[in-house]
Write a protein that binds this ligand. Sequence first.
Ligand code: ATP
Ligand code: MG
Length: 453
Amino acid sequence: MSWFRRIPLWPRSLAARTAFVLIIGLVVVQTLGLGIHTLDRNDLVRVAAVRVFTFRVMSIYRDLAETPLAERANRIGHLPVPKNFTVQLSPKIDPVFATLMPTPPPIRHSILINMDSFPLPPELRPQHMRFAVDPETRREFTGLEMPDGTWLVISSHLPGPGVIQGTEFLVAFVIMTVLAAALTIWAVRRLTAPVRTLAAAAEALGRDVNAPPLPEDGPSEIAAAASAFNTMAARIRRFVEDRTLLLTAIGHDLRTPITRMRLRAEFMEDDDQRAKMLSDLDEMEAMVSATIAFGRIASPNEPVSPIDLAELLRTVLDEAGDAAPEIVENLRYEGPDHWTVRVRPQAFKRALTNIVGNAIKYGDAASVRLAPPNRPGASLRIEIADNGPGIPPSEMERVMQPFQRLETSRNRETGGVGLGLPIARDIARAHGGDLTLANRSEGGARVTLTLPA
Ligand SMILES: Nc1ncnc2c1ncn2[C@@H]1O[C@H](COP(=O)(O)OP(=O)(O)OP(=O)(O)O)[C@@H](O)[C@H]1O
Ligand SMILES: [Mg+2]
């Protein structure tokens, strides 16, 4: 297949490629057909021209042969001779037949056959005949010996081979090609439309597992592909639901034993041990709550709706500022005043809150920048930067995993469970986007959330 790509103008899309190949094939077939037709037609024209020529020659011959010898010279001047014809009488054979080329056999045969069918009394038949052609002027010379021994020489033009007759062929060719090409393009576009639908459906499923199923109609192959796609989407949906259910169930079931353990811990004698036990139980409870929240957030049941993303970002910053008034001057928003996106509002807010929360917790600042797509089809970017220590590049993939934290003295006291980033990335990916980590050259981390246009 690779040599195809070296064809100049080789198109990229399936529809354009198919149309391209079909139209090229069509033009070749049309040209061949037209060529064969033209050759055929030229043959016919030549046969007809020879026939007309021969009949004219024979009528002149008959006219003169029936005229008495003495009046012939005079009669030549009054013959109804078509223009282009020359008629000569000479007592002996004309020297042109010695100097010119002999007439090609097919034309000579054709002349002879036509002569045979010309009505002529037997006693008037020519004694001898000569044929020659002048290749330069394409004049055909016919010499006929009269019954009395004088030679009659008649010459005229014969049409040459390979003449394309008129422009109607060309017009017909262009009209037929254009019509067939239009039909091809229309049919190919119609046939490849389901492929585009399938691509759009896969894209929609990436953003939202609850995207509506594909219609299972149309040609049988397309219906089968749509049905397979719908089955796959249903399996993915069930898988996501099962995972969510499992997480929630484990979280829920762990709560009761934790409560029981807390009650028992109260009866412990050793104050120091009891305090440690209760703090461990607090941590477990926090993890269980976070797990249940993770399950709930990751569940795709929230409907997608349009929201003002700029407004949402400002709200998240305001709420974070209320919780951390000492660094409120380090919270900044930069970007358009309004920008509408279609997302699951609650989940999306959760993702942004997690990232902004991290920036404040580990970096004492949050400057949020909203960069709308810079060209059609590009992604929207939300960048959240801080002034903290950043994240070592070797740890970037690890901190995206559930329950993974950087073991630095700072975040011990901050007491998270390590679900903030995985949840945020899950939500970004459920919207067809992604979450990436980077460090700023000036110091501090920068988290980038992208969202497809
Ligand atoms: N902006 C940041 N600067 C430096 N380190 C960060 C930043 N954001 C996250 N980290 C590191 O990545 C780890 C994981 O972050 P994540 O948000 O997933 O969990 P967490 O903040 O520890 O707990 P929580 O579940 O409460 O959010 C953090 O413990 C922290 O060490
Ligand atoms: Mg966090």
